[in-house]
Design a protein around this ligand. Structure first.
Ligand SMILES: [Zn+2]
Ligand SMILES: [Zn+2]
Length: 66
């Protein structure tokens, strides 16, 4: 993957992620790894913290397959 260009929020740092909600290109600092949103979308949905049952794998479970 090769995304290049400046973050659309700070316009300074290099783009590292694409928001899964608004598709904005943002840097590491303006991206929320947990939910895959930019900080702006994170702020909007931040208060809604329920129903996070997708991609929510519990830690400490030995499910290694090769
Ligand atoms: Zn940024
Ligand atoms: Zn966003």
């Amino acid at each position: 993957m090769s995304v290049s260009g400046p973050c659309e929020i700070c316009t300074v740092r290099e783009v590292r992620h694409t928001c899964n909600r608004c598709a904005m290109l943002v840097c590491d600092r303006h991206y929320n790894d947990e939910i895959g949103y930019c900080v702006e979308c994170t702020a909007e949905v931040g208060r809604v913290r329920e129903g996070t049952d997708e991609d929510n794998l519990p830690d400490g479970v030995d499910t290694y397959r090769f």
